[in-house]
Design a protein around this ligand. Sequence first.
Ligand SMILES: Cc1cc2nc3c(=O)[nH]c(=O)nc-3n(C[C@H](O)[C@H](O)[C@H](O)COP(=O)(O)OP(=O)(O)OC[C@H]3O[C@@H](n4cnc5c(N)ncnc54)[C@H](O)[C@@H]3O)c2cc1C
Length: 515
Amino acid sequence: MAKNGTYDAVVIGSGLGSLTAAALLSRAGKRVAVVERNSSLGGAASCYRTGQLTIEASLHETADPHDPRDLKHAILNHLGLLDKIDWVPITNLHTVIGGPVGEPLELGHGFEAIGDQLSERFPAQASGVRRLLERMEQTYTTAGALNAAGETHSLSKLLFSATESWPIARDWQLSLDEALQRDLGNCEGAKCALAANLAYYADDPRKTWWLFFAVAQGGYFGSGGVFIRGGSTRLSRALAKVVKQSGGDVFLGRRATDIEIDDTGRPAGVHHAGPNGEASDRLATQTVLAGCAPSMLAELLPEAKRDTLLAPYRGLTPSISLFCAHFGMKQQPANLGLKGYSTILLPDWMTSLNDYAAAADLLAAAPAGRLPPLTVVNYGALDNGLDDDGHILVTVAGVDHIQNWSGLSKDEERARRDAWLDAILATLDERYPGFAEAVDERVFVTARSTRDYLATPGGAIYGFAPEPPTSSILSGIPRSPRTPIPGLFLASSYGGSGGFTGAMGAGAQAARLVL
Ligand SMILES: Cc1cc2nc3c(=O)[nH]c(=O)nc-3n(C[C@H](O)[C@H](O)[C@H](O)COP(=O)(O)OP(=O)(O)OC[C@H]3O[C@@H](n4cnc5c(N)ncnc54)[C@H](O)[C@@H]3O)c2cc1C
């Protein structure tokens, strides 16, 4: 296929943000090219094979897009994909065990049900729990209405949202820690139960934006969680198919190397090359949407433009990364006592939710008794559709950062990975006897592997860290796909927020700005 040509837009990367933008622009009649450096589609939203196991690289759960309040709803509906993807409902949100929560506490879905379950376990906090969940639901519903108003340009919806949006204005600069303290006081058990899955977003409640958490976690609480049957690759492929069916091109194994800027200051073309230094090709375009971080994007620009691009992002921190211990099981984990889909094991050293912030540093050395909070995902609990050759995937994820893996030789790194696999396996075996015996494939993925695969700074997986804004509400939402270079947009988590929903929302917003 010709890798030269003229396009209305060139999209760098095939993460969910880029593919969403590319599909929406294609549907709007634009000729689009997607250029991805890896040989497979989807960035984090992909699956890969190792030994006899198919590993889902990232999707644990996403909020159910059938709910119109979910940001993905309108996008998927518009693209005709809502009912083409097989969304497998996850019956319960998660079970939290240990730390300040103690005995297993199972949370379901729905604000009401979660309120009942938390109030039963923490009766002294019952009214605080209700108040907090009410605020979350209001925030989630208002964010959904504001988004719908933006999509449809509906004045009545916008006015409705404006009158309903006082909780957003009131809590504009609040951190998660402050919001939880306001309603739950010092009850760390209730806080940890409510935000046990903090690693879905960040690792320090004092630096996590309450409104972001309320919308994202509100999505799981209010709409329920789903997995994609066959893995997240299905969604990535479906989006790429829209591009191809509309006459666009998707080039895999091609790294964008340079963006030309013309005399008017707009892009004029994108150069891209294969992994083995093949001659570079050029795609002519005046519009570029980038799926990479601004710091990586700057390197593709002429030197004179780099500072201009980076100015709005100075002072922003990349998000956390995760480690994943993937285990291939010879038998159903449920037979060994691991029954649910999602179980969060909080360590005994954790006495408050804020202790989460100390977890990532633990991986800077071999395990020495202390484990970080672990999210255990048992894919065997779902009709997951992964090509598993009779193996069942169990993934254990936790917070990690790149410094943990710097300065190590290959052998030292391998030894550290093995030691962490052993320590995690020993913990699972203690709780679910026979677990270690049933494992016959194991892989450890670190912040470093993630950085190398996604080309994201420090292995960040959610774009910029979702910190509370320092500017007032009058300055608006602190992230946008718009960059200071006309014709150049961010179509990834970096242009909005992270996760499947956040990345797709940012891609959709980027496409809207282009159109
Ligand atoms: C282990 C893990 C678990 C997760 N769990 C969940 C979950 O349960 N639920 C959820 O909602 N989210 C989850 N996430 C987060 C979610 O997957 C991501 O936030 C989201 O998919 C990021 O999408 P993105 O568009 O920002 O780009 P990315 O997925 O980061 O993709 C960027 C793409 O751009 C390409 N690229 C970069 N530079 C270039 C270049 N110069 N030329 C060509 N291509 C380039 C990269 O190769 C990559 O393919 C998880 C992530 C991980 C890693």
